[in-house]
Design a protein around this ligand. Structure first.
Ligand code: NAP
Length: 286
């Protein structure tokens, strides 16, 4: 830590934090401290390793200490909800919170994963999502946020494929008010990949250190697809490399990470996030 950044902390410094278990891998402190520095805001962002049994106490600590805002990551995105005073409508529909804003003691929960993803996808690929047919691989927390955000963008159909079929069914049921849905097994993917425009990997398959794995057989990929992977370590997963080799357009998870943080910054401060500085901070360490 530089002398300047230590010196900047005084009695007026606003505190922000991330809660997760584990938390050691998180790039959020680097990214958000860089954002506060770029905006010349007297604020600091720290990581707390919060175990599930300590989550309620941790949230009470947010109130007691006047922490201004918190990011919530695995495994607390669902469990944190009962401890909050208010849940934003989108976060309630998604069923998960990844951002808490402390508004004069009232704790409000938001979800910035889905909107962060869609902003990154549209800005980096120029895709027009209305009417598109989508295949989502995985049905965990990230898939919930992304399915909801894509449905709100007006995609025509979402196919859900998940290792545990029941979770895909539950997710499809919760989204069907917003778009047309289908649930399929991984064994039926060969019938579906040829019919869709966008494939999104919402599973950790292919993430460092398992960089030689792909969530689906790469031979199914074709040149008409846009293939998107939420993983950003590595930046180009094997799934994306295989897609690109077959002429498909690709989209990495790094932009989602940056924009979910940027929306959190904007909810907390009411100011536009310094996105270029945030991206630079993360790219330097990947
Ligand atoms: P999660 O809630 O734990 O869900 C994981 C999903 O992946 C589940 O559907 C699970 O299937 C599936 N899965 C796990 N291992 C699998 C395997 N070996 N084979 C097939 N499917 C498998 O996690 P999450 O929060 O949704 O995160 C999912 C991924 O998105 C992670 O890689 C995470 O790093 C990434 N992510 C990225 C960002 C970003 O900003 N770029 C943000 C959030 C998440 P089951 O239901 O069968 O267990």
């Amino acid at each position: 830590m530089s002398y300047e950044s230590i010196r900047a902390i005084d009695t007026a410094t606003e505190l922000y934090a991330v809660f997760g278990d584990p938390i050691g891998h998180s790039k959020s402190p680097l990214m958000l401290n860089r954002a506060f520095a770029a905006a010349e805001r007297n604020a600091a962002y720290v990581a707390f390793h919060v175990k599930p049994e300590g989550l309620g106490d941790a949230v009470r600590g947010v109130r007691a200490l006047g922490i201004r805002g918190v990011n919530v990551t695995i495994p607390h995105k669902l469990e944190v909800m009962p401890f909050l005073d208010e849940i934003d409508e989108d976060a309630r529909a998604i069923g998960a919170v990844n951002t808490i804003a402390n508004r004069d003691g009232k704790l409000v929960g938001y979800n910035t994963d889905g909107i962060g993803y869609v902003r990154s996808l549209k800005e980096e690929t120029g895709v027009a999502l209305r009417g598109k047919r989508v295949l989502l691989l995985g049905a965990g927390g990230a898939a919930r946020a992304i399915a909801y955000a894509l449905a709100k963008e007006g995609v025509a159909t979402i196919w859900f494929a998940n290792r545990t079929r029941e979770k895909a069914r539950a997710l499809a049921a919760s989204i069907q008010a917003y778009t047309h849905t289908n649930v399929i097994g991984f064994d039926a993917l060969d019938h579906v990949v040829g019919q869709v425009d966008l494939v999104v990997n919402n599973t950790p398959v292919g993430m460092y250190p398992n960089v030689d794995e792909t969530p689906i057989n790469p031979e199914l990929l074709h040149g008409e697809l846009l293939v998107s992977d939420l993983i950003y370590n590595p930046r180009v997963t094997k799934l994306l490399a295989e897609a690109q080799a077959r002429g498909a357009r690709i989209h990495s998870g790094l932009g989602m990470f940056i924009y979910q943080g940027a929306y959190a910054y904007e909810y907390w401060t009411g100011q536009p996030a310094p996105v270029t500085a945030m991206r630079d901070a993360v790219e330097r360490v990947l």
